[in-house]
Design a protein around this ligand. Structure first.
Ligand SMILES: Cc1cc2nc3c(=O)[nH]c(=O)nc-3n(C[C@H](O)[C@H](O)[C@H](O)COP(=O)(O)OP(=O)(O)OC[C@H]3O[C@@H](n4cnc5c(N)ncnc54)[C@H](O)[C@@H]3O)c2cc1C
Length: 408
């Protein structure tokens, strides 16, 4: 049996970030990931990209992986424009108004994943088990035991589940969730437009859901087109010309015509929130704890804040000679993150509902709201601080802007 301080199950972006943060602080970590990493040159482009907030950028900087992400491809956006298809309300955000160099970056997940895994290989305190899955998890008074599918046995003070929205760990341990089916799906694809995107993230609210164009290199954008689930199949399989025409029309030809596009993918949308993020010797982070509507591109960003906060709680407990797997220690993490995540989920639901409603008084009110926000410097700042992840009680790794270790 191999003993570690912490076992992390799920080595996606958030699990790998937690492993880096803990490993850099000298915590002995076992990271279990089911999928074997694809070597950098052999990865396929991902039609779904992530809008990475300034807070997440800082976390990556403090772990020393931001330069590797940036070199592979991270596109800064300086502006954001949001408007309603059923009215003339519009809000424009400009990073210069906030004294920031940009509002965030658009990055393909594979670049983040590669940078994190390369970093992990250089951290002695982290042992990678990949490809591997857990078979059983046994939580005991003083430790947790994890059996892998290749018969290896691991023990630790705590297991962290970073194994995604369907979290096998959460399900195995019977941790309860609240879920809601939005009956919406998002179509994602890379598209090239005839007009320049001007490094702006654009979002048009249509009655069926928002349509976002996220700026990338060489005139390409990544789209996230949310619509009722029963409408998506036709657009997924439509001829390119038909798809290009309908997309340009849905976007009000804001960036001219669509002149080229890549593979299309659909993602059904569901909200999920775990009733508890922690139990004795177990902590859930990121999508294992919460799945959120993608309209503001916050999912992985909230997950990274979870990872940074939990790593801080664990390192702090160890420095005080406390057992990091005890419920009393873990509750600090739950108190820290659950309320913030719930607030963001509720805000996304509210925006989604208000903009999907076609009734006239609400329609007029939201257009007025957009115009008012556009005229108020204070409202804009407040909104942007949330969107950039720079509000609330930030973990240490999201405050500093250079490489650090939590044990410093
Ligand atoms: C259309 C769409 C657009 C989005 N856009 C954005 C955006 O712009 N910005 C943003 O922040 N978020 C966005 N999100 C949300 C984002 O995709 C998720 O929040 C993010 O992928 C969660 O990362 P994770 O590491 O928690 O989980 P995952 O990426 O799901 O990783 C889980 C990992 O666990 C592994 N695993 C699973 N089971 C096991 C097991 N039994 N044993 C070992 N390993 C296991 C998996 O192989 C995987 O590597 C978007 C989501 C959608 C649907």
């Amino acid at each position: 049996m191999s003993h570690f301080d912490i076992i992390i199950i799920g080595g996606g972006i958030v699990g790998a970030t937690a492993a880096c943060a803990l490993g850099e602080a000298g915590v002995q970590v076992a990271l279990i990931e089911a999928r074997e990493p694809v070597p950098p040159g052999k990865q396929q482009a991902d039609p779904r990209v992530f809008a990475i907030t300034r807070a997440s950028e800082r976390i990556f900087r403090s772990l020393g992986v931001w330069d590797a992400i940036h070199q592979q491809g991270a596109f800064a956006f300086s502006d954001m424009e949001v408007w309603d298809a059923a009215g003339d309300g519009v809000t424009h955000f400009d990073c210069a108004d906030l004294g920031e160099p940009c509002l965030g970056h658009i990055v393909e997940p594979r670049f983040i994943q590669t940078a994190l895994w390369q970093q992990l290989e250089s951290i002695d305190a982290v042992s990678l088990y990949c490809p591997a899955r857990f078979q059983t998890i046994n939580t005991l008074e003083d430790r947790v035991e994890v059996d892998l599918d290749d018969a290896q046995q691991l023990t630790a003070a705590l297991v962290i589940a970073a194994d995604g929205a369907r979290s096998p760990v959460r399900n195995t341990l019977g941790m309860e969730t609240r879920t809601h089916d939005y009956r919406q799906s998002s179509l994602v694809a890379l598209v090239k437009t005839s007009e320049p995107h001007n490094d702006t993230a654009w979002q048009r609210f249509l009655p069926g859901g928002p349509l976002a164009f996220l700026p990338m290199g060489d005139g390409w954008s990544s789209i996230v087109w949310t619509m009722p689930s029963d409408k998506i199949e036709r657009l997924l399989t439509a001829d390119k010309d038909v798809f290009h025409e309908e997309l340009a029309e849905a976007f009000g030809h804001r960036l001219g015509d669509i002149v080229d596009s890549g593979e299309r993918e659909a993602w059904p949308l569901r909200r999920m929130h775990a009733e508890h993020y922690v139990a004795a010797r177990v902590a859930l982070i990121s999508d294992a704890a919460h799945a959120i509507h993608p309209l503001a591109g916050q999912g992985v960003n909230l997950g990274l804040l979870d990872a940074a906060a939990l790593a801080e709680v664990i390192v702090d407990a160890r420095q005080r000679g406390k057992d990091p797997g005890r419920l009393s220690v873990l509750r600090r993490y739950e108190r820290w993150r659950r309320g913030d995540n719930l607030l963001m989920m509720t805000a996304m639901d509210g925006i989604n509902q208000v903009f999907s409603n076609t009734r006239l008084p609400l329609n007029q009110a939201r257009n007025l709201g957009l115009s008012m926000v556009n005229r108020s410097a204070m409202a804009k700042r407040l909104f942007m601080e949330h969107a950039m992840g720079l509000s609330g009680d930030l973990p240490a790794l999201a405050i500093v802007n250079e490489k650090v270790s939590l044990s410093d």
